[in-house]
Design a protein around this ligand. Structure first.
Ligand SMILES: [Zn+2]
Length: 267
């Protein structure tokens, strides 16, 4: 089975049924990350439609300024959610520096909660890579997925040493920097994602809606770059994700689904 460790499933609109159909037919385990409260509420409804979809609550750095003064109000969603994301920092695409203190405040709130509630986190790190690593260290949050890492290689190595997992996504088809990163991630920390439906549109600057099955092309490219095979990359990524959620009582049903799928793959 495939692992898509970072997807915005609530953004599919009219194509949602088709997206869920692909997830089921291609057997794509999907971490459905929220951007804000309405997004999480919608993902909970969507998640109820497939045992392969794990909805997680977070506030995206782009939305942080709206929530920085409402943190007590969102605590119940944090507690409700079995994992945390999308959260993070963006000092690159978000040009309005007046939002940066709010981004920092919201991120630290979530990281502290993840530590206290022992939940894995799904992080957006654009130009905030070092600060994010410092926070993970400060709160000793060891179960972290760094989504679409594109930052400096020295921080990449420090994050690897700390034990962060990394998703490789659709930019592997377009960027030499991402291809270099794809080769540097150790086997035991490698994950895959699409960040769809918006990622392909954003990269190609067209109207293309990225569908879940795009994960197959990602796996193909990762396999080529790592001189492996798509089957081996699949198995590796699935084992890594299974390890990330192993022994997490909140994710037991998902662990069982993964175990069942790997048995089916071998059978
Ligand atoms: Zn995202």
């Amino acid at each position: 089975m495939f692992i898509d460790a970072h997807v915005h499933l609530d953004k599919y609109g009219d194509l949602l049924d088709e997206a869920l159909r692909q997830i089921e037919t291609e057997r794509i385990f999907t971490v459905a990350t929220a951007m804000d409260v309405p997004s999480y509420l919608e993902l909970q409804t969507i998640g109820a439609r497939s045992e392969l979809v794990l909805p997680t609550f977070g506030i995206h750095p782009r939305r942080a300024a709206e929530y920085a003064d409402r943190l007590p109000e969102i605590s119940r969603y944090v507690e409700m959610s079995p994992a945390i994301g999308e959260i993070g920092l963006d000092f690159h695409w978000v040009k309005d520096a007046s939002t940066y203190p709010a981004q920092r405040k919201v991120l630290e709130f979530f990281i502290a909660a993840a530590a206290e509630q022992n939940k894995f986190v799904n992080l957006h790190t654009k130009a905030g890579e070092k600060e994010i690593l410092d926070l993970l260290e400060k709160y000793d949050v060891r179960r972290a997925i760094i989504h679409w890492y594109s930052g400096p290689l020295d921080i990449l190595h420090a994050m690897i040493d700390f034990g962060c997992y990394f998703t490789i996504g659709v930019e592997v088809h377009y960027s030499d920097h991402i291809r270099a990163i794809t080769k540097l991630i150790p086997d035991h920390l490698l994950l895959t994602e699409t960040d769809n439906p918006g990622a392909l549109k954003w990269l190609r600057k067209n109207d293309e809606v990225g569908m879940p099955a795009a994960i197959k092309n990602v796996v193909q490219s990762v396999a080529e770059l790592r001189q492996s095979t798509p089957e081996k990359i699949d198995a590796l990524v699935q084992a890594n994700f299974a390890r990330l959620i192993a022994e997490d009582p909140k994710l037991l049903s998902f662990s069982n689904t993964l175990a069942h799928e790997s048995g089916r793959g071998q059978g």
